[in-house]
Design a protein around this ligand. Structure first.
Ligand code: ATP
Ligand code: MG
Ligand code: MG
Ligand code: MG
Length: 476
């Protein structure tokens, strides 16, 4: 079953059951602190919080999402993309736990011939929040699940809250068992490689106050209008239905992976580290394409910085796969062809999108060439002098002058049999950040009247986590 067909079946099923079908919102949110749409719920927050009355009692959608905090998982687990699509059904004070559980089970287990997704009930497990007897008993009563395949888990996995006073509630998650070849028995609580989470049902049931931490608060009482928020990973259903090993081998992603394999002249499936790189390339090219199509362009800060880092990571991965020259023309075209049926804008606007991608690639390849030349000279000088280390100051200069990433410096230096004085590099980076902060403070002092800024800040600090999410740039 093709990815697009799975999405269509989902939407058709919920439409038939009285849901209004809502188009995906942009990947770019209005909220500067959030940066990207990270889940299906993001565009519905005003309705879920009760700030704005929902224009429909029930809705369903296929929401484009970006999750940069999953970046380190990409290619290593079978199930994490930086871009993915989250199917969701929503009830705004309409049906609650019973309806959500009935719908999910029916859609998953109805045969393909009858329009369902055709999962064998024997392959499915669910988890409920340990104190949520109601959900536990509903699963038992409404489905064929035996009690031992309904696991009770704690707040860390099975509770939703924003960490602020307001709505909160237990979750119930549905898992697919890939079988003993993928890990140990024992259900989702023991192994998330064998038991793949496919669908999360959130029951927004309570109003909370006195929030001491995300999972430590006081329940005021039941919400007068209880909501349902669910999220099903389209790519996860696709890889399980298509009988492949992971989401990067599904019809919307695999063509990019194949293009990278062809460019490299290496085989997929021959070496674990190379395979991870192929999957990273396939994932990041698609994410970059989708971000560009939603109007993000490469930049040194904010959303554009994330896009830049994704594209640079593709270049780095291709380089580690043995390809030093340009690859974006081929890789982006492969991703366009795989995505344009589902997102026609990707085809229609391709010339504009690829122009940004190609310019970014050309710039970074120049950076790599200039930096490498300098680094090669330093390595030769160190070796001539009988040394074994490249100083932190030299690594810092490469970073500062050429934008040459430290992990790349380390890799090249290590290939030459030397090491980098990483501690000294980190100290210099730290000092530079401190200087930048001090500069910003002194600029602020020069402003005649800062009261307007104080006013704004009093409304709450906006936190941008995009940089720290990337600080631990991978070894891939
Ligand atoms: P996991 O525990 O596997 O990381 P999650 O609990 O973080 O998943 P949710 O926040 O509950 O995921 O999102 C709802 C659904 O969206 C998940 O059940 C899954 O099917 C899908 N999903 C979440 N993150 C990703 C991702 N990075 N790539 C692909 N699908 C995802
Ligand atoms: Mg996750
Ligand atoms: Mg989870
Ligand atoms: Mg979940």
């Amino acid at each position: 079953m093709k990815t697009a067909e799975i999405a269509q079946r989902y939407l058709d099923y919920f439409e038939k059951n009285g849901h209004t079908i809502v188009p995906s919102a942009s990947l770019v949110t209005d909220d500067p602190a959030l940066l990207f749409t990270v889940a299906g719920m993001v565009p519905f927050i005003p309705y879920l919080s009760g700030d704005v009355p929902a224009p429909y009692p029930r809705a369903a959608d296929n929401q484009k999402c970006i999750r940069t905090n999953d970046i380190e998982e990409v290619g290593k687990t079978p199930r994490h993309g930086t871009f993915f699509q989250m199917l969701g059904n929503w009830s705004f004070g309409d049906y609650f736990k019973e309806g959500a559980i009935r719908y999910a089970w029916e859609l998953l287990t109805t045969s393909e011939e009858e329009g369902g997704l055709g999962f064998d009930p024997k392959d499915l497990w669910v988890t409920v929040y340990e104190e949520d007897d109601e959900a536990h008993d509903l699963w038992l009563r409404l489905t064929d699940l035996p009690e031992e395949r309904i696991q009770r888990l704690g707040k860390d996995t099975n509770y939703w809250s924003t960490g602020l006073p307001g709505p909160a509630g237990p979750c119930s998650e549905i898992f697919f068992d890939r079988g003993p070849a993928y890990g140990i028995d024992g259900g989702p609580a023991t192994d998330d490689d064998r038991y793949v989470e496919i669908w999360n049902l959130v029951f927004m049931q309570y109003e909370i106050t006195d929030v001491r931490s995300k999972y430590d608060f006081t329940i005021v009482g039941e919400l007068p209008n209880k909501n349902i928020d669910t999220g099903m990973g389209l790519e996860r259903i696709a890889f399980l239905k298509q009988g492949v090993d992971n989401m990067y081998e599904t019809d919307q992603v695999r063509p990019v992976l194949d293009a990278a394999v062809a460019l490299s002249g290496k085989a997929y499936g021959a070496d674990h580290d190379d395979d991870v790189r192929f999957r990273v390339v396939a994932d990041h090219v698609r994410s970059s394409l989708m971000l560009l199509s939603d109007g993000v362009t490469p930049a040194n800060e904010g959303r554009g910085y994330i896009l830049r880092r994704l594209m640079r990571r593709v270049i780095r991965s291709m380089r580690l796969l043995g390809v030093d020259g340009p690859t974006f023309a081929t890789l982006f075209a492969a991703s366009r062809d795989a995505m344009k049926d589902a997102y026609p804008i990707v085809g229609a606007d391709y010339d504009r999108l690829v122009t940004y991608a190609l310019a970014e690639e050309a710039t970074f390849l120049r950076t790599l060439a200039a930096g490498s030349e300098n680094l090669d000279a330093s390595i030769a000088a160190a070796k001539d002098a009988g040394g074994t280390t490249i100083g932190g100051a030299e690594a810092f200069l490469l970073h500062d002058t050429y934008g040459f990433p430290i992990d790349l410096t380390m890799e090249i230096v290590e290939e030459a049999g030397l090491t980098v004085d990483r501690d000294a590099f980190d100290t210099l980076m730290h000092e530079q950040r401190a200087r930048a902060k001090a500069d910003a403070r002194s600029r602020k002092r020069q402003l005649a009247d800062t009261s307007v800024y104080r006013d704004f800040r009093a409304k709450g600090e906006t936190v941008f986590t995009g940089y720290t999410d990337w600080e631990t740039e991978s070894t891939v």
